[in-house]
Design a protein around this ligand. Sequence first.
Ligand code: NDP
Length: 591
Amino acid sequence: MSETKNTNENAANLASFDPTGGANQHPQEYYDKIKQKFAEERDLRLNYRPEGTRQFNTNFDAGLSRFGEDSYNKEVKPRAPLNDTVEVLFIGGGFSALLTTSQLREIGVESIRIVERGADVGGTWYWNRYPGAACDVVSYDYLPLLDEMDYVPRDHYAKAPEIFEHCQNIAKYYDLYDLAVFQTTVTSTEWNDEEQLWHIKTDRGDHMKSKFVICANGPMSKPKLARIDGIENFKGHSFHTGRWDYDYCGDNLENLQDKRVAIIGTGATAIQAVPKLAEQAKELYVFQRTPSSIDIRKDWPTDPNWARKLKPGWQAKRRQKTIDGPQLTAKQLEKRASMPVDEKIRRQENANIDHMMWIHQRIDDIVHDKDIADALKPWYMFMCKRPCFHEDYLPAFNKPNVHLVDTHGKGVKEISDRGPVFDDKVYDVDVIIYATGFEVQKTGIYNEIVGKNNTEINDYYSNGIRTLFGIHSNGYPNLFIMAGYQASFQFNITDVLTVQGAHIAACIDHARKSDYQSIDITPEIEEWWVQEVIEHRGKTDRNKDCTPGYYNFEGEDNRRQDGTYNGGFNRYVELLRGAKSKMDDIFIVRK
Ligand code: NDP
């Protein structure tokens, strides 16, 4: 099959909805009425959970620690503590580390250590092994280093095991296993200004030193639980999707055939897991707070003829094409330029609403029961929440063993010893699966990072995040952050990590060639970037208009600089590339 477009492939572009396209199929009152309904549904949710991001718990002590433990490799391999010094140390062994390593190898860095909490590399793809796990970003764009590894994924959308295996192959190819340490959590990272080195301590008694440290812990690696009363009192079994319990469920979920299963949450993870659970569970109760938008995915096996003809450099070219999106004609550009801003926004919003109503129609076409179909309809603009793509999620609700428990924004607030409680009804179940997501884009998740200023990095950020490009913070020399806030957002995170990795390698290369012991950004350049982030975030009203979720800090409206940089990915890339020739202006250096 040749490369054809589908809605998913265009997810990022869809979000910008061409105002010169076919919007305004209906009178404006039609759109205004729907916008009004969006606002009501948002307000309803905000009123139910005014505590914003504090509604979640990520510190799993007091009877919850098992939710964070590794369910795949329970035995911890003994090893002696490490007390050595390396040149570059990565905290985390997922895509960030793997991608950046390849660039560091190119500039001749040999001494690279990955310190990883899991028992292998892979990050997200080590932890997320839930049934049905796959990536709904096109595999040829998403999987890192395909050219370098001479590998073409098996399908248009790669399944989790293939991605995990690809990560392992990268680690082998770049000789990363020799210096890597697994089942190890970094607990403190402290700058020693006299030695001009970072001191890194772990939960395994290590005290390592490194010249450069790269925070590569990923944007979402720490599982979070909603603060629901009674989680620890449940008498049945329970676990988080990021720590799937195959010992309990069976490799193919066969042990669930006589079990009543509850899954809490209907985000991108649940959308993929529910169809698999529906096939095996005796009864499946899906507890929904806000429905996801479910678009077409349309997967297919890679055409070997297409794969064979790929020329070196194909992945970078493909990615750039996807990033650039559909090219507008001169006429369209002219029409766009001459359109007043308000009109542009109105048309974009209307086109967005048309798309969401198409999502609604698709639900009506697939789900037989009208009440269930209605309850599954998302009432918010496209991209207010992470869009989902699946062919089997909606049909699962036609099965007699699958029950939607629509909490209509309230969420589950109580778990009894027998199961989740909603509207005074106890749902008796054998197992509860929490698909409640992950802590978002925090730097130093299990780890305290103390810089030159003797300040922990999150304290330094207490009045708002302060970085340059989302990568450097003043007072934290030789420290680089990947996939954090204040960086540009791309639906395909690999795009972001690739350019960040290249920038980090360029900084390290510059420091090595110039014999610098340390590089630390100036306060002025940091302030410039903070203002850039604020200025560009000001363009959108997403915080105010969208239904709460992690994209808008659960509706917290006061965190303008804590988000992503909205000035466009291509501009972000240009700025990073431009920094290469200005390093001595950007950094305070020490020989
Ligand atoms: P999310 O944070 O997206 O979803 C959490 C879900 O839990 C939401 O539906 C939320 O409802 C619900 N929830 C929270 N508290 C309660 C409660 N008390 N009662 C009932 N429901 C509750 O987590 P996911 O793990 O689904 O996804 C995280 C991210 O991982 C995705 O957004 C995506 O970026 C990534 N991912 C990517 C995939 C891919 O294909 N590339 C696949 C899977 C995940 P509400 O919406 O109301 O807050």
